[in-house]
Design a protein around this ligand. Structure first.
Ligand code: ASP
Ligand code: MG
Length: 404
């Protein structure tokens, strides 16, 4: 939605699908740069604006988009009607700037669709129980789209974006990264939470919870490209039991550059310690990721965990206070130059030896592993930031993920 020219292209694309007999609901985001511009205006007024008013402001970007798109469709001879979130309504909780969708009423939309309209609904916004406008967090239009698709039991949710799909890893780091034709929603969730920012994470959760097939595809292709070709393009987020068995063991390498590591040295090894250390950190709304507690010697142990780098200072402040006061631990040390690299794939469930292959690859590159964590479909290591790209490239190659 970069310009009126681009909006006309979106209309052409939508009209093409509609002409092929599909009922269409479109959930546009704001015109590019618009949300940043609006939030910038707020910051010029005051450094910490009231979240309710921020949502009132930020939600207007999408309202511009839906009206312009409706006009663009009408100028192509299509019947189209646009709605703001509260008109549908899309109901959310009251967590301004990061609200969660609670329900979507599909009645009005259905009526319009059945009357032959293309229905256009603002992304990113909804209405709380008191009738206030809320927004869903940056990138929230993805979540709006999947939620609307789920509420309407759509056949597929197509997310047109500035990349042409989900890749085995970031193509800016590995030039021969390959676009995935399909990825399971669980893998996508791991990749998304591991820093591949193609979709807002909540949209992937919605897709999983409501089993909504969701396709990520490029908004930059010719809007009049053949529909069957477009319908097969991009990456389909699907469900494990629907995909064939001949899958590669590993689907992708995800990474998150901006991690920080904190170690509390010499804590007494007794019940409640993990809670006393991490409780105040959680209370400060800081997300803790990897955690290690070492074997104790002399009744003392070291306790290490990671937080997003942007939260490091805040976490250290919280810890200085709580640890010194309540735990009497000897020392807190930190490292803000660490990154996390993960191999992801549902194939891990049925294959052994992935971890050892990962560790061998890293050792051959002389990359020291500082922490390890695993889930059923993922193995993550924390390493020195300096070696992150090297590690990603080596693993991408070792697991044969490059394009043919
Ligand atoms: N316009 C909102 C944002 O920039 C929502 C979105 O684009 O998904 O975050
Ligand atoms: Mg977006």
């Amino acid at each position: 939605m970069g310009s009126t020219e681009r909006i006309k292209n979106v209309a052409k694309r939508v009209a093409k699908w509609h002409d092929a007999g599909h009922q269409m609901v479109v959930v546009p985001s704001a015109m590019s740069g618009e949300t940043n511009r609006l939030l910038g205006l707020a910051k010029e007024i005051m450094p910490q604006p009231d979240p309710r008013e921020l949502d009132m402001l930020a939600s207007t970007g999408e309202q511009v988009s839906v009206a312009l798109l409706a006009m663009a469709l009408q100028s192509l001879g299509k019947q189209a009607v646009s709605y703001a979130g509260w008109q549908v309504p899309i109901k959310t909780d009251s967590a301004f700037t990061k609200a969660r969708i609670q329900s979507i009423d599909d009645e009005r939309v259905r009526r319009d669709l059945d009357a032959g309209n293309v229905v256009i609904i603002t992304g990113f916004q909804g209405m709380d129980p008191e009738g206030n406008i809320t927004t869903l967090g940056r990138g929230g239009s993805d979540t709006s789209a999947v939620a609307v698709a789920a509420a309407l039991k759509a056949k597929e949710c197509l997310i047109y974006t500035d990349v042409d799909g989900v890749y085995t890893t970031d193509p800016r780091v590995v030039t021969d990264a390959r676009r995935l034709k399909t990825v399971t929603f669980e893998e996508m969730l791991e990749m998304a939470s591991l820093g591949s920012k193609v979709l807002q994470i909540r949209s992937v959760e919605f897709a999983g919870n409501y089993r909504m097939p969701t396709r990520v595809l490029s908004s930059l292709t010719d809007p009049l490209m053949p529909l069957d070709e477009e319908a097969r393009s991009g990456t389909l987020i699907s469900f494990e039991e629907d995909t064939n068995m001949e899958q590669a063991t590993i689907t992708g390498i995800a990474f998150s550059r901006d991690e920080a590591k904190i170690t509390v040295i010499g804590v007494p090894d007794r019940p409640g310690i993990a809670y006393q250390i991490l409780g105040p950190v959680a209370d400060a709304n800081i997300e803790v990721d990897m955690i290690i507690q070492n074997q104790s010697t002399d009744g003392k142990t070291d306790f290490t965990f990671t937080v997003p780098r942007g939260e490091y200072t805040k976490a250290m402040d919280v810890l200085e206070r709580s640890v010194r006061e309540h735990i009497g631990a000897a020392r807190i040390v930190g490292d803000t130059k660490v990154s996390k690299v993960s191999v992801v794939g549902v194939g891990m469930r049925s294959h052994v030896g992935i971890a050892s292959q990962m560790f061998r690859t890293l050792s051959e590159e002389n990359v020291n592993i500082q922490m390890i964590s695993t889930s059923e479909i993922k193995i993550s290591v924390l390493i020195d930031e300096k070696y992150m790209e090297l590690a990603v490239r080596a693993l991408h190659k070792a697991f044969g993920l490059e394009s043919a």
